[in-house]
Design a protein. Structure first.
Length: 228
């Protein structure tokens, strides 16, 4: 079996502006869903893969995140003075993560079903893939508008289009990050390069997924968890 990545980057640096007053005094990853901070729901999934090195980036209210994560053996990658977006943030954290492929995971979603990280681990094939994204059919999502981000073919390759929503979890080779000149940039730029080389793939998630990007997403996520 192909060796699984041994590090994970958790994206936790955003301002959470869509959450309104809820993020006035705390970072979005510390907003509670069903009595537990969002980032702890994500860490529950990560814990099933241990031993693995866990790194989280932080910018907005970074001191609060550091205090929360320090007892959980999560290493912090502070983004100062400016936030670096997903691509720049991941590149800045590479000294902590290492040079091999990594998991990355957003911290603002709730998953109901199999562990998405384990599904990625089981499907990952670095000989064919530069990135493997966990995507959810639109009809299995809650709290997300739009027709989707990607379309998948019979071999698992994806292209931009409707049908599947990117759920915020993936395995990614990081070599290409060094080619970008800008300090802050989105991982979409790297995905586009991988797509052009026919090395951008996805797994379709068999369960349900809730985006907790707005205040109303909290109740939706709690309802989803209550049904599990």
């Amino acid at each position: 079996m192909t060796q699984s990545p041994q590090s994970i980057m958790m994206f936790a640096a955003g301002f959470g502006t869509r959450m309104g007053a809820l993020t006035r005094d705390k970072p979005k990853p510390l907003i509670e869903v069903a009595g537990k901070p969002l980032i702890d729901h994500a860490l529950d999934l990560v814990d099933e893969l241990r031993p693995i090195k866990v790194v989280a980036n932080a910018h907005y209210r970074a001191d609060q995140l550091e205090a929360h994560l320090a007892p959980k053996n999560v290493v912090l990658s502070r983004e100062e003075p400016d936030i670096l977006e997903t691509g720049g943030g991941l590149r800045a954290a590479l000294p902590l993560l290492g040079t091999k492929p990594v998991f990355t995971m957003n911290t603002d979603a709730i998953w109901a079903g199999p562990n998405p990280l384990k599904l990625l681990q089981e499907t990952w094939d670095p000989d064919r893939m530069d990135a493997l994204l966990m995507c959810i059919p639109v009809e299995q999502t809650i709290g997300h508008s739009g027709q989707g981000d990607f379309t998948i073919d019979e071999d698992g390759r994806i292209t931009r289009g409707p049908s599947l929503i990117y759920g915020g979890a993936q395995i990614l080779k990081t070599d290409g990050l060094r080619a970008f000149q800008q300090k802050a940039f989105s991982l979409n730029l790297l995905w586009d390069q991988m797509h052009n080389q026919k090395r951008l793939f996805a797994v379709q998630y068999p369960g349900r997924w809730c985006d907790v990007g707005r205040p109303e997403g909290i109740a939706m996520a709690e309802g989803l968890l209550a049904d599990v």
